[in-house]
Design a protein around this ligand. Structure first.
Ligand SMILES: C[S@@+](CC[C@H](N)C(=O)[O-])C[C@H]1O[C@@H](n2cnc3c(N)ncnc32)[C@H](O)[C@@H]1O
Length: 226
């Protein structure tokens, strides 16, 4: 079995058993290879927009003898891919804006498709876009890798609940508030909001919300009932 980083392991673990997966922006094809070796996926489409990453994907697939179950395709986003190819789509390690562009061009992903999203940036913009465009985050967790904390979202088509300003940045408290990494995640978000001084009214309200969450966490004191 290949070894996945804790970020990629947290992504791969979200894939349901027997899924037909498309890993978009696969680069090295680590996730597809792990999904096949572990028996988790029935088959994987591994795609990338650039030839270089696909070459390293092909090399790993060959080295691990997983080619029977992994189809490699060079394409941008979900171009040329439809619900007949995959019921689970992984978008990991790319910016939130790239994910928005990919999903906006593939509205079929709102029907009977599980999206596993691990954005590197623009998380608030991504959560807002999902909520305003017919998707909802059914679960979210955090993973730590090399000192950085990453959110991993399970998303489906449907009506989203409302998000506060802090929740757009951190995730919904009923989903990530009890995560063991949440307190550190909140502290990092708060520190970067403080650095953005001088504040306008919106930034000041965000900081107050962070402080309020922190107080509630201190009060809950590990009971996980924030
Ligand atoms: C940083 S790598 C992430 C690789 C892997 N998914 C991971 O999480 O470790 C991002 C990959 O996405 C690819 N990529 C960027 N934009 C893309 C798009 N619109 N469609 C498909 N692949 C894309 C890049 O070529 C690159 O190989």
């Amino acid at each position: 079995m290949i070894h996945l980083s804790s970020r990629l392991a947290a992504v791969a673990e979200q894939v349901p058993a027997g899924a037909r997966v498309a890993d978009v922006g696969t680069d090295h094809a680590m996730v597809p290879v792990w999904l096949v070796q572990s028996g988790r996926a029935a088959g994987v489409l591994a795609t990338d927009i650039r030839p270089g990453p696909l070459q390293s994907a092909a090399a790993l697939v060959e080295r691990t003898g997983t080619g029977e179950y992994i189809r490699l395709i060079q394409t941008g986003g979900l171009t040329g891919i439809g619900p007949e190819d995959a019921d689970t789509i992984v978008l990991a390690g790319m910016g939130g804006e790239t994910m928005i562009a990919i999903l906006a061009a593939a509205p079929w992903t709102k029907r009977d498709t599980l999206l596993i999203l691990q954005p590197q940036s623009k998380r608030a913009a991504l959560r807002r876009w999902l909520a305003e465009n017919g998707y909802f985050i059914e679960a979210e967790r955090l993973a730590e890798d090399a000192g950085r904390i990453y959110p991993i979202m399970r998303v489906r088509g449907g009506v989203s609940p409302a998000y506060t300003a802090a929740e757009l940045r951190l995730g919904r408290l009923d989903q990530v508030g009890a995560d063991p990494l949440f307190v550190r995640y909140l502290d990092i978000a708060r520190a970067s909001a403080v650095k953005a001084a001088p504040y306008d009214a919106e930034a000041a309200a965000l900081l107050r919300e962070y402080d309020d969450i922190k107080r509630r966490l201190d009060h809950a004191d590990g009971r996980g009932d924030i």
